[in-house]
Design a protein around this ligand. Structure first.
Ligand code: ADP
Ligand code: ASP
Ligand code: MG
Length: 440
């Protein structure tokens, strides 16, 4: 069994969906096909939700109408026969009726999750109509029947497996299964999701649950590139990397993968392949336990970082100081990304400032607390890079004009991270591209 996940742009146009149908019928291996919402849909649903949360029902109504229009045009080109068009129309009507009903009821967080789930429900159902029209035998399996998160919002592979096994057992004669990425049920049984970009995570969890031969992530680029292609002009795809390297890159901003999507594949030893729907024959990136080579592989950047510095002479020769500081972050369920210490101070970074005022208040008794908002972590990732000759020298030489706020080196042998003010990000990524890869 293999997993094939197709992202928003891969299903975002009728002709792309037709291509996806070709890709999933290329070989005979049984497969679970995980689909995202059509590109732009989840963003639109977020906007609709925001309008409702802000009490602007008229705006929400207009946004729903615009989105519905988009789906009407989409299905007109997706299918040909009257029967298929009628089925597709019913599906669109059903989901937009739901969105119109929510205009009349009071907004809540649970309702927000229901709204966000509409995108993946629509894309998979419409794709299934197209497959049926093409006489491609398949089964649509609802992710809400098996994908789940626990009370801590964590998915548990064993429980997903138990539920998915039951679903698959009933459909033994089928070889192609279609399901939704992103959506799941929470511990209360409500509709929930795996956070933005979470379809990759769905794919990897399913791959772990069925012990898949490979987890293919099909997207709009030919694999993990050495630098952010949205920012830097000359980048190239990396053929092979380890799970550890991919996890660092995903966590530190390489949008091609959801940050959590590596651990299930790594833990259950399923190779991951990043492939391009628009260029299916390109090699892509293979991610396994093996790094393939030593040295710097790629650079990624993560915005929205807040740096916190706690200075105190009481830290001098004191033990237990760091523990007390970490406990504050633990209490507020806020994870720390980078940390550096000196004898009289500690600097650390967080990527969520939702509890920042409370955190500052509880840190103040330990010393002076200084905050720098709008920072960016730039991560240089590779295999054994901390042991690679001259890498630090190359980094610092390249960045001589950049105000570096923090450096993290040696935390793992795969990652060197630096913290810079966000307005230096573009320049930093470009300078590192030329300094480390010789590309302008
Ligand atoms: P999908 O909708 O298929 O999930 P995403 O937009 O989430 O696709 O991810 C693919 C995008 O990630 C690419 O179009 C690219 O712009 C962006 N990206 C950012 N960093 C990298 C990187 N290092 N390598 C490849 N793509 C990257
Ligand atoms: N549709 C969801 C999003 O846009 C999940 C995904 O595409 O991975 O975030
Ligand atoms: Mg994505």
């Amino acid at each position: 069994m293999k997993i094939m996940k197709f992202g928003g742009t891969s299903v975002g146009k009728p002709e792309r969906m037709h291509e996806v149908a070709k890709l999933i019928t290329k070989d005979e291996e049984p497969k679970i096909v995980v689909l995202s919402a059509l590109s732009g849909t989840t963003n639109s649903l977020v906007e609709i939700s925001n309008s409702l949360a802000g009490g602007d029902r008229n705006l929400a109504k207009k946004q729903i109408e615009t989105l519905q229009e988009h789906y009407h045009n989409f299905i007109g080109q997706l299918v040909k026969t009257d029967a298929a068009l009628a089925s597709a129309k019913n599906i669109v009507t059903e989901h937009f009726e739901f969105l119109n009903i929510i205009l009349k009821i009071s907004f809540s967080e649970a309702l927000n999750k229901d709204i966000l789930a509409q995108g993946e429900l629509l894309s998979t159902k419409l794709f299934s109509v197209y497959l049926t029209e093409q006489a491609i035998d398949h089964a649509l399996i609802p992710a809400l029947d098996f994908m789940a998160i626990d009370a801590d919002d964590e998915p548990q592979v064993a429980s997903i497996k138990a539920k998915l096994d039951v679903v698959l057992e009933r459909l033994k004669d089928k070889k192609i299964f279609i399901t939704q990425g992103f959506i799941c049920r929470n511990a209360k049984g409500e509709v929930d999701n795996l956070k933005r970009g979470g379809s990759d995570y769905s794919a990897s969890l399913i791959a772990a649950a069925v012990n898949a031969s490979v987890c293919e992530i099909w997207t709009d680029i030919d694999g993990m590139h050495n630098n952010d292609p949205r920012i830097v002009k000359k980048t190239f795809a990396i053929e092979q990397m380890s799970f550890d390297e991919a996890a660092e890159l995903a966590y530190f901003g390489a949008k091609i993968l959801h940050p959590a999507s590596i651990w299930p594949a790594q833990f259950y030893k399923v190779p991951v392949k990043l492939l391009n729907t628009m260029q299916p024959d390109a090699k892509g990136t293979l991610i396994t336990e093996l790094a393939g080579s030593v040295g710097v592989k790629a650079i990624a950047a993560k915005d929205g970082i807040t740096a916190i510095k706690i200075k105190s002479s009481r830290m001098l020769l004191a033990y237990g100081f760091l523990r007390k500081i970490f406990e504050v972050f633990e209490k507020h369920r806020t994870s720390i990304d980078m940390i550096t210490t000196s004898e009289v101070g500690v600097s650390l970074t967080i990527d969520s400032d939702s509890s920042l005022p409370a955190i500052i208040q509880e840190l103040e008794p330990f010393g002076t607390v200084e905050i720098d908002a709008d920072q960016t972590i730039v991560s240089i990732v590779g295999n054994e890079i901390t042991e690679t000759k001259d890498v630090m020298e190359q980094i610092f030489k390249s960045l001589s004009g950049i105000p570096i706020r923090m450096v993290s080196y040696g935390g793992s042998s795969h990652n060197i991270s630096i913290l810079i003010p966000k307005n230096y990000k573009v320049q930093t990524l470009q300078l590192l591209n030329s300094g480390l890869f010789g590309l302008m």
